[in-house]
Design a protein around this ligand. Structure first.
Ligand SMILES: Cc1cc2nc3c(=O)[nH]c(=O)nc-3n(C[C@H](O)[C@H](O)[C@H](O)COP(=O)(O)O)c2cc1C
Length: 467
């Protein structure tokens, strides 16, 4: 059940990016090849999407946060100076333009169950699902920033586990809206009878529970996937439970292969216990790739990248993730574990590492290239060998590739890695006719699998109020 997939199975690649100057590699925007100063130009993102499609990527997975990183030093100064996920554009606005510029590429959209409202978010996802021909995934996050809470009408963050409890109910509303509010044949467009939508085939959802009251019906008819493909990325114990309850694809970040392997095994076991086919859920691991013609050139490139890292910006990024302010600490000070209401798994990676104790300087240097994920360096053959090895030892299914220098590292992926993957038959085949993202990434049908708790088949148990 938890055997790693064979080396022969094709790999899926998603690009992991964000509409910001610095996503995962602080300081690298200053590299001479970086064009990320154009991040506010539509042509940058349409060009990148076309590059990714050409490279055989399945999806452009876009991170998003609803607040400024202001933990380090207690304000926004370091983040502003370093362009650390700031300024940040609204990703949902640009997706239709990217879909228009591509045919097969999917789009992973991060949206917060803590700060959105399910009724309007369901309409937005259904709209995007229509406009992209079903190429949409939702990265369900619960968010982790005090600054978001303060700017969005709360006096402080909702406690970590409670955010997930709320998100459970949020999902329940979404499933009701996506899966049950419209029958398949509700939209009739019958000119003769003068009926556009058959009112008998549109249903109230009658949701009324602890956090949400949504009588329905859904504002928009369902898109090709009904519910968008569901990605999930929380890794704490509560986050893992949420993944088991809702995820179809799980995004993991962990440079420690042993603990990642344990996480994959444990999650698959819990999926089986919950009555879901454990292998139907796919794991994607973040990795940053630095590739060149030869190993020596790739290493040289890495050394060159190191000249551009910005350690203050790295600590601003770390502070944003974890809620822990390391400003004013000695660089050699060890960072200890604390419980915060931020991203617990991000903090635990450093403070609960069985192999070593991390100092402030270690963290800044590690985060500077490729965030918390592994950085894979080598010639094309070595990189592919390392990706395969990583898959073999962790049991993951594919990668969310992050670029240190943007978009150069994605372009280098097309130039060096794609041909190597093709040569070895390791790139998932692309059909002539575009498919939904669920079909592409899961190899399943366009809708939620029957054993998924949100599927139409299982919705009965979600109904609180029958109207
Ligand atoms: C790989 C990964 C990617 C994430 N991406 C985002 C993101 O783009 N936006 C966001 O608000 N939270 C993001 N998160 C945060 C999670 O949704 C969650 O709020 C956070 O990890 C806290 O939950 P945890 O303690 O269960 O990990 C991400 C987390 C992980 C592990």
């Amino acid at each position: 059940m938890t055997q790693p997939v064979s080396d022969e199975a094709p790999l899926h690649f998603n690009a992991f990016d964000m509409l910001v100057p610095v996503h995962q590699s602080p300081g690298l925007w200053r590299h001479p090849e970086s064009q990320i100063d154009q991040f506010d130009q539509l042509s940058y993102w349409t060009g990148l999407s076309q590059t990714l499609e050409q490279a055989g990527f399945s999806c452009l997975f876009l991170a998003d946060v609803p607040g400024v990183y202001d933990v380090y030093g207690g304000d926004h100064q370091a983040s502003a100076r370093g362009g650390v996920q700031f300024p940040l554009l609204d990703l949902q606005v640009i997706i239709p333009a990217l879909a228009q510029a591509t045919e097969h590429l999917g789009f992973g959209i991060t949206a917060s169950a803590t700060y959105e409202h399910p009724y309007l978010l369901a309409r937005r996802f259904a709209t995007l699902d229509h406009l992209t021909g079903g190429r949409i995934a939702w990265n369900i996050v619960t968010s982790y920033q005090e600054s978001a809470a303060r700017n969005l009408g709360l006096s402080g963050q909702i406690p970590h586990d409670e955010r997930y409890d709320r998100a459970d109910e949020f999902m329940e509303v979404m499933y009701k809206l996506f899966e049950t509010s419209f029958d398949d044949d509700a939209v009739t467009i019958n000119r003769q009878d003068g009926v556009f939508v058959d009112p008998q085939k549109v249903h109230q959802i009658g949701h009324s529970s602890r956090w949400y009251q949504v009588p329905g019906p859904m504002l928009t008819h369902p898109g090709p996937q009904r519910t968008p493909l569901l990605f999930q990325a929380g890794s704490s114990a509560r986050g893992q439970q949420f993944a088991v309850d809702h995820g179809e694809a799980i995004f993991v970040v962990n440079a420690n292969t042993k603990s990642l392997a344990a996480q994959v095994v444990d999650t698959r076991r819990k999926l089986a216990e919950a009555g879901r086919a454990p292998e139907s859920v796919k794991f994607f691991a973040m990795a940053t790739v630095i590739v060149a013609e030869t190993e020596a050139e790739a290493q040289q490139r890495l050394e060159q990248y190191r000249e551009y890292v910005d350690t203050e910006a790295a600590l601003a990024l770390f502070g944003g993730w974890t809620g822990v302010d390391l400003s004013g600490l000695d660089e050699e000070a060890y960072v200890e574990d604390v419980t915060t209401d931020a991203n617990q798994s991000a903090l635990a990676f450093f403070t609960k590492d069985p192999r070593r104790r991390w100092t402030v300087r270690d963290i800044a240097e590690f985060v500077s290239i490729g965030g918390r994920g592994p950085t894979i360096v080598g010639d094309p053959q070595q990189v592919v060998d390392q990706l395969l090895h990583y898959r073999r030892v962790t049991g993951i299914d594919g990668f969310n590739i992050s670029a240190a220098v943007r978009p150069a590292d994605f372009e280098r992926f097309v130039h060096y890695i794609t041909p190597e993957l093709q040569r070895r038959g390791l790139l998932a085949e692309r059909p002539d006719t575009p498919r939904t993202l669920r079909e592409t990434l899961l190899g399943a049908g366009p809708h939620l699998a029957e054993d998924h708790p949100g599927s139409r088949a299982q919705m009965a148990k979600y109904v609180h109020t029958v109207v």
